[in-house]
Write a protein that binds this ligand. Structure first.
Ligand SMILES: [Cu+2]
Length: 500
């Protein structure tokens, strides 16, 4: 508010000054004769023109030189990607030509204004047309343009080449949304799962991934881009709401993110973050403290990070669309990749909105089998009866009944495999419930459930003398019956190895 008032005040003052000067000039002209004053003004203005030319060109060249170590393509800022140098050289060639034109036209502009300022008794030449001049100023720019366009096309074709089918590469995805980037990695299968915009739901499924597509189940959604140095990367670029632009300035990567029209960019990082920092280290500009207010803060080169930005003005939070990019060695990359969690398994699996809740997934079958066999091995080498009890975590019954759910098959198959492997093993299957409802009903239910498992094993050729079943109802809780979690733990089926 106060700034606005000050600006307004200044404007009013300037207007008053201009009016006053006009009055003074008028007065002076009347006293000394109009024409003489005019020529004097012309001469003064012409001198100013010359002064401005020298000052302006000098400052332009000085500032370009002074700040060159902060600019991409100069000083320490060589491109950190394989295609980068080609783009940088295209930019430099353009800069040389436009730079020459810039300097020459400015010298001509101001020199002519100086030289041909209005003088007493000098009349300008009348020249309506000159063929030679027109040919020169049409032909020279045309030739230069052709050269620049052809050079640009060569660079464009190199930069925009897609991966070929036998190219080894990593494919990742970046989706712009006001105001963040969703990053997606394909997970161990190396393939990104399919998406459908109709499935997009904030907080549940931000990208609209189709969970019925197995390729989606292992996809990762990390908060930063981590890539191994020297590997070709193809980035699939999409937008969810408005136009965004995927920009990795240090790698000379820039591509619009358009809703409804996937784009891509292929590049190969050639310098790790650490190598880039080392090259910055040699320049005094980057030896300054990273926090100007704290001289003890680490130098700028040490805190340098590559970054992903959005270069489409996409709304008021546009500036916050920043993500870190780290380029690391192969080993570091593999290690990082291993630490990442599948988005589906950590955010969707088992939730109300998981469409595959009534299904046991292939990867879960594998994992559960491993866990089961480990538990059995541990129990086999145990000495106390207590330690020979193994919980059957993945046996499901119809609600409030003893009928086995189809999903129980995998856990029961694991048990059958163990019984077949150890033909002398005998076991007791036990059922347990939480404390909700009538004691007698719970006891009966636990007996029936243990019996259901018993019968399933019988029907799979496990001899009857090897099996016993028993229900404990709510008498042996593992946890408190006050919480839902505790209750779920108490509703369980177990088996105990009696002889082995
Ligand atoms: Cu944006």
């Amino acid at each position: 508010m106060s700034t606005g008032l000050i600006i307004l005040g200044c404007l009013i003052l300037i207007v008053i000054v201009v009016i006053q000067i006009g009055k003074v000039t008028d007065l002076a002209a009347k006293i000394r004769g109009e024409e003489a004053v005019q020529y004097e003004t012309n001469k003064r203005t012409a001198n100013y023109m010359l002064l401005f030319l020298v000052g302006f060109l000098g400052l332009t060249i000085w500032s370009a030189w002074h700040y060159k170590n902060w600019m991409l393509g100069y000083g320490p800022h060589e491109a950190a990607s394989a295609h980068g140098p080609s783009l940088d050289s295209a930019f430099n060639i353009t800069l040389v030509f436009t730079g020459i034109v810039f300097v020459l036209t400015h010298i001509a502009l101001f020199w002519f204004s100086y030289k041909y300022a209005g003088k007493k008794g000098v009349i300008s030449t009348f020249m309506p047309h000159d063929n030679k001049l027109e040919v020169i100023w049409t032909a020279v720019p045309a030739v230069v343009m052709c050269f620049l366009v052809i050079r640009g096309l060569v660079a464009w074709n190199e930069v925009m080449a897609d991966v070929s089918s036998d190219d080894e590469h990593i494919e990742i995805e970046a989706s712009g949304q006001q105001f963040l980037w969703h990053l997606r990695y394909p997970g161990p299968d190396g393939k990104l799962g399919t998406r459908n915009f109709r499935l997009i739901k904030q907080g549940e499924n931000p990208l609209g991934q189709d969970w019925m597509d197995d390729k989606n189940l292992d996809d990762l959604m990390p908060s930063e881009i981590v890539l191994p140095v020297g590997k070709k990367v193809r980035v699939r670029i999409t937008a969810i709401d408005v136009l965004h632009s995927f920009d990795l300035p240090h790698f000379r990567v820039k591509m619009d993110a358009v809703p409804g029209m996937p784009t891509y960019f292929v590049f190969t990082p050639t310098k790790t973050t650490e190598e880039y920092r080392q090259s910055l280290k040699n320049y005094p500009e980057y030896q300054q403290p990273s926090d100007p207010k704290d001289p003890t803060s680490p130098p700028l080169w040490k805190t340098f990070e590559y970054e992903l930005a959005c270069t489409e003005l996409c709304g008021k939070g546009h500036f916050s669309m920043r993500r870190l990019v780290r380029i690391v060695s192969d080993e570091e990359y593999e290690k990082w990749l291993k630490d990442q969690q599948s988005y589906y398994l950590s955010n969707v699996r088992g939730k109300d909105f998981d469409p595959r809740n009534d299904e046991v997934l292939g990867m879960e079958v594998q994992q559960r089998k491993q866990d089961f066999n480990t538990a059995v091995e541990k129990a086999l080498s145990a000495t106390t009866a207590e330690e020979k009890i193994i919980r059957l975590d993945y046996i499901y019954y119809k609600a409030g009944a003893a009928e086995l759910d189809n999903r129980s098959k995998y856990e029961l198959d694991n048990l059958i495999a163990v019984l077949n492997k150890f033909p002398k093993m005998t076991i007791e299957i036990t059922g347990h419930t939480d404390s909700d409802g009538d004691d007698a009903v719970n006891l009966a239910l636990s007996q029936q459930r243990a019996r259901a498992v018993h019968d399933y094993l019988l029907s799979n050729q496990i001899a009857s003398p090897r099996l016993r079943s028993r229900g404990f109802g709510e008498t042996k809780p593992l946890d408190s019956n006050e919480t839902e979690e505790g209750k779920a733990k108490n509703r369980r089926t177990e088996f105990q190895i009696l002889t082995q």
